[in-house]
Design a protein around this ligand. Structure first.
Ligand code: MRU
Length: 321
């Protein structure tokens, strides 16, 4: 359909490079970045040229296939790629899935599988949207963030196509504006009605009765359902609970981390303070953890999961990887 971002335009492996659509330049310019070694792929992930939990897993998978083709020392390449960002577990998951077969074919399969997971979870998530939903979302969880189709934004798209969405509120998502730049750009291409808001406007829109549902993605989900996502998500979940609005998380099983018992076990990335200000002292945590008690539903490609999440989330051994 129109507005579809081709997965290989977002990230792909060519003979001598991993090529990513540079998300730092969007929406103003569509520029490709060629990464010719695993170290360059890691740098592209670190600087957010490619970003979003599933997409950085896919990029790392292509990076490892490139490293193998170039004759790089693979243990070292895995180490460099894994260290590029700490919070999204998809990165480590993808490198682990590639370890025994670091080939282009394996990386392409992993990419195609992630996109297929997105389509399946979006189909499950449609049930969470009442008629004419005014849905609020945070950060960017569209095709750009997952390598194709999208997680929370994929769900919004599927619900729109099912006639259940009337409007999308897009948190601009300070400080790097993944919502105001990337989600807005994707929604515009998909022809879905939306408006960008400052993050601080979300609670008062809820109070004014202008929001029916909050949907976000995730970067890592602990065994008990505590969910790490872009900083500001926790505040949204608190506000949603206060206004008696449903708060749902949509993420593929590659985002589940059964080794993290609770959110306390999830490392939160602290990024350079100059992303906020070069003039004053600042702190820049890139993610926060929303306690499972504030999450009404977690949707994976396996279905809609409800509390208690320690029982309802798919176990890793049950998931085909
Ligand atoms: O720092 P980013 O842009 O990589 O963070 C991404 C997010 O936090 C997204 O909201 C997300 O849910 C994970 S990607 C679908």
């Amino acid at each position: 359909m129109s507005g579809d971002l081709d997965p290989h335009r977002i990230v792909r492996l060519e003979d001598d490079a991993v090529v990513v659509l540079d998300q730092r330049r969007l929406p103003d310019e569509e520029v490709e970045l060629h990464c010719t070694s695993s170290a360059e792929v890691a740098e592209a992930i670190r600087v957010l040229a490619v970003r979003g939990a599933p997409a950085i897993g896919v990029a790392a998978a292509y990076g490892l296939a490139l490293a193998a083709a170039r004759g790089e020392e693979l243990g070292e390449a895995i180490g460099i790629l894994a260290a590029s960002r700490p919070t999204a577990v998809n990165l480590r998951w993808a490198l682990e899935a590639m370890r025994d077969e670091p080939t282009r074919a394996r990386a392409e399969q992993l990419h195609a599988d992630e996109v297929e997971r997105c389509r399946r979870m979006a189909a499950h998530a449609v049930a969470l949207f009442p008629a004419a939903t005014r849905v609020l979302t945070h950060c960017n969880t569209g095709a750009l963030a997952t390598g194709g189709y999208g997680s929370a934004l994929g769900a919004i798209r599927a619900a729109w196509e099912a006639g259940r969405v009337s409007h999308v509120w897009v948190d601009e998502t300070r400080p790097l504006l993944q919502g105001g730049r990337l989600t807005a750009w994707e929604l515009e291409q998909l022809g879905i009605p939306f408006a960008v808001i400052v993050d601080g406007a979300a609670a008062s829109l809820m109070a004014g009765g202008e929001v029916d549902l909050v949907v976000t993605g995730a970067d890592r989900i602990a065994a008990n359902g505590d969910t790490a996502n872009k900083v500001g998500t926790y505040a949204l979940a608190v506000a949603a609970a206060h206004h008696d609005l449903p708060f749902a998380v949509v993420a593929p099983t590659s985002t589940l981390d059964p080794a993290a018992r609770t959110g306390d076990d999830i490392p939160i990335e602290e990024r350079d303070a100059t992303e906020l200000t070069s003039r004053f002292p600042a702190r820049n945590p890139a993610f926060d953890v929303t306690p499972a008690a504030l999450v009404d539903a977690i949707v994976t490609e396996r279905g809609v999961h409800r509390a208690p999440y320690a029982e309802s989330l798919p176990r890793v051994a049950e998931v085909e990887r």
